[in-house]
Design a protein around this ligand. Structure first.
Ligand SMILES: Nc1ncnc2c1ncn2[C@@H]1O[C@H](COP(=O)(O)OP(=O)(O)OP(=O)(O)O)[C@@H](O)[C@H]1O
Length: 227
């Protein structure tokens, strides 16, 4: 059995197809993400990394090519099938935390589990274990507004991992933080991912952070090339 968790084959994507403002963003992107592997995605602004992450995470459809998760071709499947696969297999982290403001940190990590059919007690325990792993257990009862930017992102990492996805997709996960905090919070993310053994594709402009990954890939002229 192959240990490739995410496979992108010849992915193409254009915006404004056939219109004067047509943008040829992805021109045949190939990627194999192995089990337990962390890959950095570096790209100049506007190169298409958000587009690529959205396609890889089944939030958007490519014009051509295949997205496979766990060996299952998902690009051509129904929206319902793709949504189910995304909920089960993919965790997302963005530059901004997107936590629900009216719920505390623990509840933010519990809610996606309840939506996924996990019982309350188990969900509470998993949330506390994850918050503990990133060093914010003592902040569990605080709402996002009462947390620092770095703490908010740590909680967002826990929420992304709450349902034990196979793949974490992160778009500039510490891009919103000052450099010192960014470094620590990024280290917490790497530890968390390494500890759970899941695979991660992490977009970052920061080459020092990228160098901590197993591999660095650059998105350039619509293609993914080794750095
Ligand atoms: N819905 C859309 N319609 C038209 N053009 C789009 C759309 N979404 C993105 N684009 C264009 O496609 C290109 C790639 O966008 P994308 O957001 O994927 O880049 P990015 O590498 O994530 O950029 P950044 O680092 O600035 O967030 C850009 O030129 C952008 O303007």
């Amino acid at each position: 059995m192959s240990d490739v968790v995410l496979e992108l084959k010849a992915i193409t994507k254009k915006y404004n197809k056939g219109l004067p403002g047509e943008v040829d963003v992805l021109r045949g992107v190939d990627l194999s993400l192995n089990a337990g592997e962390m890959v950095a995605l570096v790209a100049p602004s506007g190169a298409g990394k958000s587009t690529l992450l959205h396609i890889a995470g089944l939030l958007d459809k490519p014009d051509g090519g295949d997205v496979e998760i766990g060996g299952e071709v998902l690009s051509g499947r129904s929206d319902r099938r793709r949504t189910a696969a995304r909920r089960r297999d993919v965790g997302f982290v963005y530059q901004f935390h997107h936590l629900l403001p009216e719920f505390n940190a623990q509840e933010n990590v519990v809610l996606p589990q309840l939506a996924n059919g996990v019982g309350r007690e188990e969900a509470d325990a998993r949330a506390m274990a994850l918050l503990g792993q990133v060093g914010v257990a003592e902040r569990a009862g605080h709402r996002p507004a009462a947390l620092s930017g770095g703490e908010q992102q740590r909680v967002a990492f826990c929420r992304a991992l709450a349902n034990k996805p196979r793949i974490l997709l992160a778009d500039e996960p510490t891009g919103n933080l000052d450099p010192g905090t960014s470094d620590q919070v990024f280290a917490a993310l790497v530890d968390l991912v390494r500890g759970t053994g899941l695979s991660a594709l992490i977009a970052t402009h920061n080459m020092e952070l990228a160098a901590r990954m197993d591999r660095v890939l650059r998105l350039e002229n619509g293609l993914l090339v080794p750095d």
